[in-house]
Design a protein around this ligand. Structure first.
Ligand code: ZN
Ligand code: ZN
Length: 191
């Protein structure tokens, strides 16, 4: 297989991403489209409790030629490492993105200043910035390892999913713990 086009592009200064795709066959021919799949890895996509770091990413996309450039639509699948917001345990999960839809502008076309678009460089689209932007938005803000995750003991840090601890003879509610500290201080000042 492979592209029937032998594309001679000027030397890339940036390392060529595995996530680029040639649009030579359809660029400038509005209405034409190609379906394609790109696979690669992405590193350094992070939110406070989630990251895609060197994990495989697969994107099943359609590139459609439009007057302004190339419209990219489709779905993306990436593996992310999430940190449970309750028990702080790392776990891996797939982050599916069902509806990607972004425009890559052809040279000489512009959008109103307020709107963002990606740009076609040469005869290729580089999907990496698009995938990064979309994935950051798709990563969960409040991930849980399980909906019934029991969290950590606020006193000793014991993971309650793995077992109990000895701190629980009293009430383990942290609000009571705060009151206990106040009571202790009062007792001290009263001597
Ligand atoms: Zn958890
Ligand atoms: Zn404890």
């Amino acid at each position: 297989m492979g592209s029937p086009f032998n594309i001679a592009l000027s030397d890339w200064t940036a390392p060529v991403s595995q996530l680029t795709h040639s649009v030579a066959e359809i660029l400038g021919r509005p209405g034409e489209y190609r379906d394609f799949t790109v696979r690669g890895t992405l590193a350094g996509v992070r939110t406070p409790l989630a990251r895609v770091d060197g994990a495989p990413v697969t994107a099943d996309l359609r590139a459609e030629s439009v007057v302004e450039g190339i419209l990219v639509t489709g779905a993306v699948d990436a593996m992310a490492v999430l940190e449970c917001a309750r028990c702080l345990t790392d776990f891996e999960t797939a982050v599916p993105l069902e509806r990607v839809c972004e425009l890559f502008l052809a040279p000489g076309h512009e959008l109103p200043a307020a709107e963002d678009a990606y740009e076609i460089s040469g005869l290729e689209i580089d999907l990496e910035p698009l995938l990064r932007d979309e994935l950051v938005l798709a990563l969960p803000l409040n991930p849980l390892c399980a909906t019934d995750c029991r969290g950590l003991c606020p006193q000793c840090g014991q993971n309650f999913n793995e077992g109990s601890c000895d701190c629980t003879e009293d009430d383990s509610d942290p609000r009571w713990a705060a009151l206990a500290v106040i009571r202790e201080q009062l007792e001290k000042t009263q001597g």
